[in-house]
Unconditional design. Structure first.
Length: 493
């Protein structure tokens, strides 16, 4: 791709962008959210038409009018936003628009499709997904594995992977990397978009960096460093990845005793204190999210007690948790955290109707004051409260989710994968917001699959294994090896 330009309504989104990918190369494409990565991929695959510039595949210039034409040329995209149809089975999703039939009869060959689905999943090392499972009943991570398996089932020459590991466990990531290496050996090229710097340096050969829609440069991974790439991405030195914590930790706020949900987890007991960040680690499927959803009232507990400042709470619905001062930020911000097609103002208002209303009627002046204060406080990059959430970058969307809950002035804030799909600059901003909240006495519970994040942000770390607490570490005692040992059910050293 040479000198690619693209503007929307006079706003220049891409300006003279370059991207060269060699056969059998894993090429990282990086940049802060809003840098132009997704737009460049959409131009490549014909979703958007370039204003000018040249795209060549195997030396021949191409102009794609739609993604199907790109796919016919061997270009497959695994999007960050999942394209799973939730009410269909895994097999039906795998063969969506590509049904296998008995000859020309038009009768579906369900057995063959089911067998091939199983083969595609096994190729990725996936053993806990059944071809007949309803896709919508599966976790985000499992849905992501279906997307990846579907893409790998085609005869692709170039695969674009957009945040493919954002919702995967370490074990699933390892399986994916083995498949990626295998594809590379077969001459398949991969454009790898990720905000996880460790992954880039582990599997990629070269890296291209975009900033503000412009091409900054391409480097060999072997010849560059973490700090050099960050400087290319943000135009400045980022400093330490995780801000220092100097918060005074107070008394116990939330206490959980013998919490149980049949088939998911049992005998869960822990506490979190004022001003503390309790990190929650564990493999996908261990029950981390389910425990927190039960505390928040998304699920009904079978046994156990939830206490706030020593007093038992009766939580049968999320509204009960909100009244008690508990906020919950879901890992899936697009479907569970935001109303994506509406404005920032309306999203923030949803959880703060009591604050901005008078006798059941919204007071516009109160609403505007709250929205403006939160936009300013969280440094949300926006044209104003009326801007649609879907037009914001991932990091700014996540800040809107956080803003929704800050309005209720929570005593406890549960964050499930708070920096998933967020660039390195926005991650640090979110960590800083967390530190500011704890300084004002808020207790934070943070689920994260990124071990460096858990170690870098938490005061204590609770590890979940197969629905049970396997260990709890002080920050000073923990390291990646200890956490992974506990997460996989290993023996404590």
């Amino acid at each position: 791709m040479k000198n690619i330009n693209k503007a929307f309504s006079g706003n220049q989104v891409l300006q003279n962008v370059q991207l060269e990918v060699r056969r059998g190369e894993i090429h990282a494409l990086m940049g802060e959210n809003g840098a132009g990565k997704s737009t460049l991929v959409k131009v490549l695959t014909g979703i958007h038409q370039r204003d000018n510039g040249v795209i060549k595949i195997n030396g021949q210039e191409v102009i794609f009018s739609n993604p199907k034409q790109a796919e016919e040329k061997g270009i497959i995209v695994i999007h960050q936003e999942l394209n799973i149809i939730p009410y269909l089975t895994v097999t039906q999703n795998m063969f969506l628009g590509k049904d296998l039939t008995y000859g020309k009869t038009g009768i579906l060959n369900k057995k063959e499709m089911r067998n091939k689905t199983e083969q595609n999943l096994r190729r990725l090392g996936v053993k806990n997904i059944h071809p007949d499972d309803i896709a919508g009943d599966l976790s985000v991570g499992k849905q992501q594995m279906i997307e990846i398996a579907r893409a790998l089932a085609t005869n692709a020459e170039l695969i674009v992977m957009d945040e493919p590991t954002a919702a995967l466990t370490d074990r699933e990531i390892k399986s994916l990397f083995e498949v990626v290496d295998s594809l590379k050996e077969q001459g398949v090229s991969i454009i790898y978009i990720s905000h996880r710097m460790e992954e880039i340096f582990e599997i990629c050969d070269r890296i291209t960096v975009l900033r503000d829609g412009q091409y900054i440069g391409t480097e060999n991974i072997a010849d560059t460093s973490f700090q050099a790439i960050v400087k290319m991405m943000v135009g400045r030195e980022l400093g330490e990845r995780f801000p220092e914590r100097d918060t005074m930790i107070g008394d116990i706020v939330l206490e959980i005793e013998n919490l149980e949900k049949t088939g998911l987890f049992k005998n869960i007991g822990f506490h979190v204190k004022e001003g503390e960040i309790l990190g929650v680690a564990g493999l996908m499927g261990a029950g981390r999210t389910e425990i927190m959803e039960t505390i928040f009232g998304f699920r009904k507990k079978d046994n156990g007690m939830i206490k706030m400042h020593g007093e038992p709470l009766s939580i049968n619905h999320p509204s009960d948790a909100v009244k008690a001062g508990i906020g919950f930020i879901s890992e899936d911000r697009k479907t569970k955290g935001l109303v994506i097609d509406t404005s920032i103002r309306k999203n923030i208002a949803l959880t703060n109707l009591k604050t901005i209303s008078n006798k059941g009627m919204i007071t516009q002046s109160k609403e505007k004051k709250l929205v403006d204060e939160l936009i300013q406080r969280l440094h949300i990059r926006t044209t104003g409260g009326e801007q649609e959430v879907k037009s914001l970058s991932g990091g700014n969307q996540q800040k809107v989710v956080i803003a929704k809950w800050l309005g209720i002035q929570p005593k406890v804030l549960i964050l499930d994968e708070p920096t998933r799909g967020v660039d390195v600059g926005a991650k640090k901003e979110i960590y800083t917001i967390m530190n500011q909240l704890t300084k004002s006495g808020v207790a934070i519970i943070m689920i994260s699959s990124e071990l460096p994040e858990v170690l870098g942000v938490s005061d204590r770390i609770m590890v979940i294994h197969e629905g049970k607490i396997s260990d709890v570490f002080k920050r000073s005692e923990a390291d990646q090896e200890k956490i992974m040992t506990a997460a996989t059910g290993g023996v404590k050293s």
